[in-house]
Design a protein around this ligand. Structure first.
Ligand code: SF4
Ligand code: SF4
Length: 416
């Protein structure tokens, strides 16, 4: 594994992207501090500035699947900002429309609420925020969250993952989450064009890409986790996403929103060639498979009425399971939150590999994992349990909604 010292910087008329290797919690904290030290000049001069961190909390899938922003990254960023004297920090996102419609709290399921409390930040669910309507040249007119529009300094924290509809999800796709609630649907009527258009109108001040675990294949909700071990910091979403695509071997021209940016002259072939020359592919991931015809039809503007009419039917567990198997949907939701808690570590089965230490966002040492169980020591994220290959960590409580992701992802996450 390459270490945090490995740095790559790509500079271009549009801006700059810095890339560094990191994996363990200690590396993530040290690397984010190092990255941020290279961007001091863009940080707000006023320490009372309202800083909004917008992670990708697309779904209720644990971050180690590659779907959502990793708690280690969010914690390290908050801490690095606190160290620089900033105190007004909000973690804000609006999860996907399926989560919103069912009134599921991804902040609770992903333990973002506990992490924010532990590190001294507020949380705002942008799906419940007030919004202001923004007219995009690509046709969508979504309500965009007031918390985002009124922020003094916006930090986008995207993932790097495949996206069945958008091709790739990184900084530009992450921005769909600033649209309030079901208004995200407006974006999906011509997703590539609308992502491009939204990124032209509202831009983050800084981007910190969580490329620790990427997702390949049927992303964003049903792909496979891939250890990428990279953190990126940038000031331009277009440049950032061209570099992110290169790191995982995805050709920018196969990503519809980047192709629209190319057509519009926002990025050009010279940039693609420069990135190809200067950036090596770290892990070539499998692209998203072609969408089924039914999945494509389900996003048609002309069939919105039908989709609304059949929603109660699709909400039935047996029907959504069928729709999942037919590849019309990626996500099957349960309304019941898990009540799982880490309660112990069995020293006799523990293989002393310390993978649990590597992923613990609060930095607990092996001796304290399964012993210190309450805030501020433990946020009960269960990352340690997800990676443990020896099943040495004991949980209590009901898995409920988490059972499905345990069945689907536990083995893959142990292998990261
Ligand atoms: S990951 Fe599991 S086996 Fe490895 S040190 Fe931690 S508890 Fe022990
Ligand atoms: S000990 Fe385990 S459950 Fe607790 S914060 Fe660390 S990784 Fe999460």
């Amino acid at each position: 594994m390459d270490r945090p010292g490995n740095t790559l910087s790509i500079t271009h008329a549009r801006g700059r992207v810095d890339v560094r290797a990191a994996w363990t919690r200690a590396e993530v904290f040290a690397t984010i501090e190092l990255l941020l030290s290279g961007w001091e000049s863009v940080l707000p001069p006023n320490h009372d500035a309202r800083i909004v961190i917008k992670p990708n909390l697309n779904n209720d899938l644990v971050a180690l699947t590659g779907n959502c922003a990793d708690l280690r990254v969010i914690a390290a960023l908050i801490e690095a900002l606190h160290r620089r004297g900033y105190s007004d920090i909000t973690v804000a996102d609006g999860s996907n429309v399926g989560i919103e419609r069912r009134n599921i709290s991804s902040f609770k399921r992903l333990r973002i609420d506990k992490l924010a409390a532990r590190y001294g930040a507020r949380t705002v669910d942008l799906n419940r925020d007030e919004g202001r309507r923004i007219v995009l040249h690509a046709g969508a007119e979504p309500l965009v969250a007031k918390t985002v529009l009124d922020a003094d300094f916006l930090i986008s924290v995207p993932k790097i993952k495949t996206h069945a509809e958008a091709g790739l999800s990184c900084a530009m796709k992450n921005w769909v989450g600033i649209c309030v609630g079901q208004d995200k649907r407006h974006m999906h009527h011509d997703l590539g064009r609308n992502i491009f258009a939204l990124s032209e109108v509202v831009q983050p001040d800084l981007i910190l890409v969580d490329g620790l675990v990427a997702m390949e294949g049927n992303g964003p909700g049903d792909g496979e986790p891939v250890r990428l071990g990279r953190l990126l910091m940038a000031d331009d979403p277009f440049l950032n996403d061209v570099v992110a695509a290169r790191l995982v071997g995805i050709a920018p021209r196969t990503v519809p929103y980047l192709q629209h940016a190319l057509d519009a002259g926002v990025v050009d072939q010279a940039l693609l060639s420069q990135v190809e020359r200067e950036v090596a592919v770290v892990v070539a991931i499998q692209p998203a498979p072609p969408r089924s015809r039914l999945a494509e039809l389900s996003e048609s503007r002309h069939l919105t009425w039908l989709k609304t009419a059949v929603q109660p039917l699709v909400a039935l567990p047996a029907v959504s399971e069928l729709a999942y198997k037919a590849r019309i949907i990626q996500d099957v939701y349960s309304l019941e939150d898990d009540t799982l808690r880490l309660v112990a570590r069995a020293a006799d089965t523990c293989g002393d590999c310390r993978k649990c230490e590597d992923v613990c966002p609060t930095g607990l040492k092996l001796e304290d994992i399964g012993v210190k169980l309450e805030l501020p020591d433990c946020v009960q994220c269960l990352y340690c349990w997800w990676v443990c290959p020896k099943q040495a960590l004991t949980l209590t409580g009901e898995p409920a909604a988490m059972q499905r992701q345990i069945d689907r992802y536990k083995g893959a996450i142990e292998g990261l």
